[in-house]
Each structure stands twice: as C-alpha cells, then as structure tokens.
Design a protein around this ligand. Structure first.
Ligand SMILES: [Zn+2]
Ligand SMILES: [Zn+2]
Length: 261
C-alpha cells in the first residue's frame, strides 16, 4: 500500500514539473520549432502512459527483491555494514551507474538500438520527449535496476528516492529551455544538465555516442564518453531515415523496433 501511495505522489510531482516546464518552453525556448506543440506531444504522451503502466505492473518485482535482499542481509551494503546515510548516497550512485550501463548497451547492441531508436528518432526534443520510450526499453531498464538492488542490497525506500530524482531530472534535461551558460557549466560538474543531454540527441553520431549519464555527469567523465559543449546553433535532433510522418505516429513508434528500414 505504501508503495502504491508513493507511486501516486511521484506521478503528481512529475505532472506538476512537466506543466511548469511546458510553460517555460514558451517563455525561454532553446529552439523555436515550427509545429503544433499539442499534436507533437500526442505520441510521446501515449508512450509515457505505457511507461507508467509498465512500471506500475512491474513495481512489485523491485519491492519484492529489495525486501528479500535486505531481510536476508544480501548485497555489498550489508557485507560492509554501511550506515543509512552512506547507503542513501551510495545507493543512489549505484542505481545511476547501472542506469549508465543500461543506456550504453542500448546503443552498443543491435537489439538494444532497435528499441532505443524510438527515443532518438525524436526530431524536436522537448519536455514530452523525457518518457518517449518503447515498453521493451522500459523492461530492460527495470532489469538493470533489479540487478543493482541485488548486487548492492539497496532498500526499497532508496530505490524510490532514486526514481523520483531520475524522473524529475529526465523532464528537466529534455525541456526545450535556454539555460545560462555559466549556470550550466557549474551544474554539469555534478549533474546532467539540459544542454549536456541535448548533445546526446544530436543527429551527428559522434555526438550521439556520448553523454549517456542519467543523473550524475561523473560516469561520462569516468568512462571517457563526455562531450563538453557544442554549437547549439548547428544542433540537429533526430535520426536520418526516421522523419517520415508515419514513423512518428504512436503506432509507427510502437512497431519501430520490429521493422528494418
Ligand atoms: Zn540514448
Ligand atoms: Zn533523451
């Protein structure tokens, strides 16, 4: 019951932030796209609803595994006898590291890319792109989350804290808003900023193959996949060959992993 309530609270927080960023996008946009924002949002919102349903349907697996692992003293945290404060910091970092691995493999494996290109075929990145994700990718990401829970022995409440931070940051980093360059440079010492993630959505593959980090920018620096900055005047979002209208509909995006273009 507690988990269900937490899920609802998370959902409300995400909807509120999405509304705020949607409003900000019309006040301080990074790019002025020539499209109907509502029509553009429809397939993304439909995929977001599928993501919420997939996550809710599988949330019992995280709850069960986290409870089982902690009760039985499994995982590295129990092995090293870490305090709650150390556990929250290292738990959030561990989940983020595994999210980085999950993301890199989505790019580096043939099957992963079939699914992940749904996210990357977006040619007008904005806040609604945050959860434009095929359900197959969602299952893959949950698998890596479960792996982190088992390896480290992460309690469920820390997983919930991580998911809240991850969801809010996903909306922020996709939002089509202009940031003060100095604030951006300062923030990205610690976290993935909107400008940093936008590089990952570039049509130029050299740029796409960088900036995989989810919340903390440290992973890209550590594994040498970091691109510091680019000329935003030349940035072109999307994937060549995927711009056709029929490929950008909800149905087109759902079948994208199973079609060879
Ligand atoms: Zn990606
Ligand atoms: Zn993205």
């Amino acid at each position: 019951m507690q988990v269900v309530l937490t899920d609802q609270t998370r959902l409300v927080m995400l909807i509120v932030l999405c509304g705020l960023l949607w409003a900000l996008e019309s006040i301080i946009p990074l790019y002025r796209f020539r499209y109907s924002r509502v029509r553009h949002a429809i397939p993304n919102v439909a995929l977001t609803v599928m993501l919420v349903i997939t996550n809710l349907s599988l949330s019992f697996s995280s709850a069960y595994l986290a409870g089982f692992t902690v009760r039985n003293g499994f995982g590295l945290f129990a092995f090293f006898g870490l305090t709650s404060w150390t556990q929250i910091i290292l738990g959030v970092l561990a989940l983020d590291l595994f999210a980085y691995f999950a993301h890199v493999l989505l790019h580096k494996s043939w099957l992963g890319w079939q699914f992940h290109r749904v996210h990357h075929s977006e040619n007008a990145v904005d806040v609604t792109t945050a959860f434009r994700q095929h359900p197959g990718e969602t299952v893959w990401r949950i698998f890596w989350q479960l792996a982190a829970i088992v390896v480290f022995g992460i309690p469920l409440w820390i997983v919930v804290v991580y998911l809240i931070l991850s969801g809010l940051n996903a909306e922020l980093e996709h939002a089509n808003i202009k940031l003060n360059p100095r604030a951006d440079r300062l923030l990205r010492l610690l976290v993935v900023t909107p400008n940093m993630h936008k590089v990952h959505h570039s049509r130029n593959q050299r740029e796409t193959d960088s900036n995989y980090s989810n919340i903390f920018s440290i992973w890209d620096r550590l594994f040498a996949t970091y691109t510091s900055s680019i000329n935003f005047g030349n940035l072109n979002y999307g994937l060549d060959g995927f711009d056709a209208k029929e490929r950008q509909t909800f149905g087109g995006l759902l079948k994208m992993p199973f079609v060879n273009y």
